[in-house]
Design a protein around this ligand. Structure first.
Ligand code: NAP
Length: 315
């Protein structure tokens, strides 16, 4: 089965939904493919204080549902599906969905975002889902009154540690340098928290655990101080990795120009990709800011550019 649309949006974070709002208001009836994590990375965060329009702060899931409802109200069609293959070699563009439908689109906005990175420690995959996670919001609840460790020193690590400190008896932060990268106000809160201990200049080496039959559990994290080379194992029940993200651009390899880190290359300020008529917005093309509000703004830009492109290049 195939469907023809004027504008297809791939991805459902702040960038995708905002592109939907703009393309809907241009009366282009956009179709938005929501993917496996509708709402994107913000749905796995807790408190959000820096998205404008929420004077008392809010949470990621609430903000994303608000933007989604706004996009729906103005006419964006949402589809619970995943794009499995794209062919951008000629217009109209062809995109295959996992449910077998082929979407033929006059213009495409790519807003697939980014995914959490894994460290690649020897035992990481063995204990993944059994005490090793990249999502404190999703899995923190399993560690009530227990001890956990967060790896990293960016905003995600600091937010995760603060969130976990409300649930756990004790939270370690293992950070490879002697200063954090994350926002100052988060640093202040972390350093004030009585049950958070920071291990500076320290890198994780491996995850320790126990297995009895199918039951596996984490018992510790082996770490090394990079200045003294001393190793120790800290006793923990849960390990949360917060070491940054990788752009979700695998689908576009060979179709769009990507940079060395896998980000889609766009013309600064207008979201044009290497293929005329395909635009990109949000974290999949932003190695610098990676903020929800910046993603939303780039979604607006991509939506406006795609509307203009359709006016100038009708099919
Ligand atoms: P990030 O800013 O890239 O920080 C990653 C952290 O992990 C850094 O501290 C880094 O250390 C450390 N790290 C990276 N690779 C490592 C490795 N192999 N071994 C040990 N440590 C490693 O990533 P993020 O915290 O996920 O944030 C991503 C983006 O989202 C940022 O732009 C951030 O501002 C944004 N964000 C914003 C908010 C908010 O505004 N509320 C919340 C979450 C995220 P170094 O510092 O030494 O490089």
């Amino acid at each position: 089965m195939s469907e023809h649309v004027k504008a297809l949006i791939i991805g459902s974070g702040p960038a995708g939904y905002t592109a939907g709002i703009y393309l809907s208001r241009a009366e282009l009836k956009p179709l938005l493919i929501e993917g496996i994590q509708p709402g994107g990375q913000l749905t796995i965060t807790n408190e959000v204080e820096n998205f404008p329009g929420y004077p008392d702060g809010s949470t990621g899931p609430v903000i994303m549902e608000d933007i989604r409802q706004q996009a729906l109200r103005v006419g964006t069609e949402m589809r619970a599906a995943t794009v499995t293959k794209v062919d951008f070699s000629s217009r109209p563009f062809h995109c295959q969905l996992d449910n077998g439908t082929e979407i033929i689109a006059d213009t495409v906005v790519v807003a697939t975002g980014a995914n959490a990175r894994w460290l690649g420690m020897p035992s990481e995959q063995k204990y993944r889902g059994y005490g090793v996670s990249t999502c404190a919001t999703c899995d923190g609840n399993f560690f009530r009154k227990k001890t956990t460790v967060v790896i990293g020193g960016g905003d995600t690590a600091l937010e995760d540690a603060l969130y976990l400190s409300t649930l756990c008896n004790k939270v370690y932060i293992v950070h490879r340098r002697d200063e954090f990268r994350g926002t100052k106000s988060l640093q202040t809160q972390v350093l004030k928290a009585e049950n958070i201990e920071v291990l500076w200049d320290t890198v994780p080496v491996d995850i320790m655990g126990e297995q009895q039959g199918f039951i596996k559990k984490v018992t510790g994290l082996q770490v090394r101080n990079v200045k003294t080379n001393e190793e120790q194992t800290i006793a923990v029940d849960g390990v949360f990795e917060a070491i940054g993200v990788t752009p979700a651009s695998e689908l576009f390899k060979g179709q769009l120009e990507l940079n060395e880190q896998g980000y889609i290359v766009t013309t600064p300020g207008n979201g044009h990709t290497s293929v005329e008529g395909v635009f990109a917005a949000g974290d999949v093309q932003d190695p610098h800011y990676r903020q929800a509000i910046v993603a939303a703004a780039s979604g607006a830009i991509a939506g406006i550019e795609a509307s203009r492109f359709l006016m100038e290049h009708p099919l």
